[in-house]
Design a protein around this ligand. Structure first.
Ligand SMILES: Cc1cc2nc3c(=O)[nH]c(=O)nc-3n(C[C@H](O)[C@H](O)[C@H](O)COP(=O)(O)OP(=O)(O)OC[C@H]3O[C@@H](n4cnc5c(N)ncnc54)[C@H](O)[C@@H]3O)c2cc1C
Length: 470
């Protein structure tokens, strides 16, 4: 008997033949070509072997593939760069994969207005490099930039380090083109900021994780290229000082682009993981990494030096290191980005990505640190986050078993719910947080999500079983 599923199932083999006619031979991978490809994301959640992999080259081919899959009621897993952290792109049993990796062209650039149109499979890094070559700047930035795709960034409404200044992916999107499950291609590639001509339909596809349509092209807004950046690592006496420092930085540093907070346990674990010497003579409860992106290097450096001198005099900052080269700035950023090394050492672990409003943040962290240390004493619990936008990350581990992980998830998400926060600040829901959605969304909201899914995708072929609880 053949190990190729299409040979055993006439319905599947008829669909694959029809798909082959639309996408060409190289557009439909089966058999060993499937086993050889990576088809799971970074989350570590379960992934089945897909029946076949579809590799359309144009938006029209994406739409044609969806139309055929709808006709055959064939479920699909939509895949961008597979750097997602929630298992949303992982194939389930009996699914085909639709990969956007061959839609990888930047099609148009307006060098005067600072906008461009790109296909969904362009990687974030390639897009950033192209914008820079054109004298512009694409501000969304995250550690996975080399692999993640801008279509995936839009589908997850990605955040990253500069949300404080430029917003999330949504704020950089002027227009979208989306293929719907019935094969309709909605081309909404506006290049204008103001457009109140009825419903702004693109919003339905930003952050909805491929559950309502497949993003094929994006019209994006670029920003003026900053020519100078200043980075400072500072030590703080307590959370109140951190919050006041952020408020003052917002008021006095118009070029402020990042404000990352690290609690002492995270900071010390990170130094150890990176084998680095502590940058300060003493240890402190909190550390902040502050970055400005501006146009004049000397003026920026002077502004940040004056600002930190003043903050030290006021007692909000205990000590500070100001980077005086790009290399030094990179070394300071390593401390914040060292989380990848930490995660590798703490496996099996869980990384939370929650949002909490500023007035609750201090009590929320204190409550969790106390509670987790007493109820989960065998694990390490490390806190850090993008304080500028209320996004807190918490890494807990290593865990002996899955049951213990689930217990801590309920514990943390209940605390998030109690302060009206969000269980997912930027990574989305996918498979990993589906069972916990009710901590952030009430039954009426979840019912509307189900109705939207039913309207856009009546046969449930796009990423079924993800995001919305069963
Ligand atoms: C090292 C590292 C650092 C990260 N840092 C951040 C960070 O700072 N901020 C942040 O927000 N995220 C971060 N992430 C998470 C991840 O990079 C983002 O979620 C990213 O936007 C996913 O893009 P992708 O192309 O890899 O999507 P995938 O992982 O392929 O897919 C993610 C979801 O989007 C859907 N999807 C993908 N492409 C499309 C499309 N064209 N149309 C419709 N649906 C689609 C998939 O079905 C899936 O549900 C990080 C991940 C890693 C590994």
């Amino acid at each position: 008997m053949s190990d190729r599923p299409e040979m055993q199932d006439p319905q599947l083999s008829s669909l694959l033949a029809a798909l082959g006619r639309e996408l060409g031979e190289s557009g439909v991978l089966t058999g060993t070509a499937v086993t050889e490809r990576q088809t799971a994301d970074w989350s570590g959640t379960a992934a089945a072997q897909p029946l076949a992999i579809l590799l359309p080259r144009t938006p029209a081919e994406v739409a044609a593939a969806l139309r055929l899959c709808s006709e055959y009621r064939q479920p699909l897993s939509i895949q961008g760069g597979l750097t997602g952290l929630t298992g949303g792109a992982n194939p389930h049993e009996g699914e085909l994969v639709l990969s956007l990796s061959r839609l990888n062209r930047i099609e148009e650039m307006d060098p005067l207005g600072g906008t461009l149109v790109a296909q969904a499979g362009v990687t974030l890094e390639a897009l950033q490099a192209f914008a820079t070559e054109q004298g512009w700047f694409f501000p969304v930035d995250l550690g996975a930039r080399g692999s993640c795709q801008i279509g995936g960034n839009a589908a997850t409404n990605a955040g990253g380090n500069r949300v404080l200044r430029y917003g999330m992916m949504r704020q950089s999107i002027l227009g979208l083109e989306v293929a719907l499950p019935d094969g309709t291609l909605l081309t909404m590639l506006d290049r204008v900021i103001k457009n109140n001509a009825g419903y702004d339909l693109k919003q339905y596809f930003i952050g909805t994780e491929g559950s309502l349509g497949v993003i094929t092209r994006l019209a994006l807004k670029l920003e003026p290229q900053p020519s100078a950046s200043c980075t400072v690592l500072c030590a703080l006496p307590d959370f109140r000082a951190a919050a006041e420092l952020l408020r003052e930085a917002r008021r006095q540093l118009p070029d402020l682009s990042a404000f990352e907070l690290m609690w002492d346990d995270y900071f010390e674990a990170c130094l150890l993981a990176l084998k680095r010497q502590p940058p300060f003579r003493n240890a402190y409860p909190l550390y902040a990494l502050v970055e400005t992106l501006g146009g004049d290097e000397q003026a920026g450096q002077r502004a940040i030096e004056d600002f930190f001198e003043q903050m030290m005099t006021q007692g909000l900052v205990c000590d500070a290191v100001i980077a005086n080269s790009l290399e030094q700035a990179g070394q300071l950023w390593d401390l914040r980005d060292g989380v990848s090394e930490l995660l590798a050492q703490m496996k099996p672990c869980i990384a939370f990505d929650v949002s909490v409003a500023m007035p609750h943040m201090d009590d929320f962290v204190a409550y969790l640190r106390r509670g987790l240390a007493s109820d989960f004493p065998d694990q390490r619990h490390l806190f850090f986050g993008h304080l500028g936008d209320g996004n807190l990350h918490l890494v807990c581990g290593p865990f002996p078993d899955e049951a213990r992980i689930e217990a801590i998830e309920h514990y943390v998400y209940q605390a998030v719910s109690d302060v009206g926060g969000s269980i997912s600040a930027e990574h989305g829901i996918g498979m990993m947080k589906k069972a916990f959605l009710h901590y952030s969304r009430d039954p009426a909201e979840i019912a509307v999500m189900r109705r939207l899914k039913q309207t856009f995708d009546p046969h449930g072929i796009l990423n079924p079983g993800r995001l919305i609880p069963d």
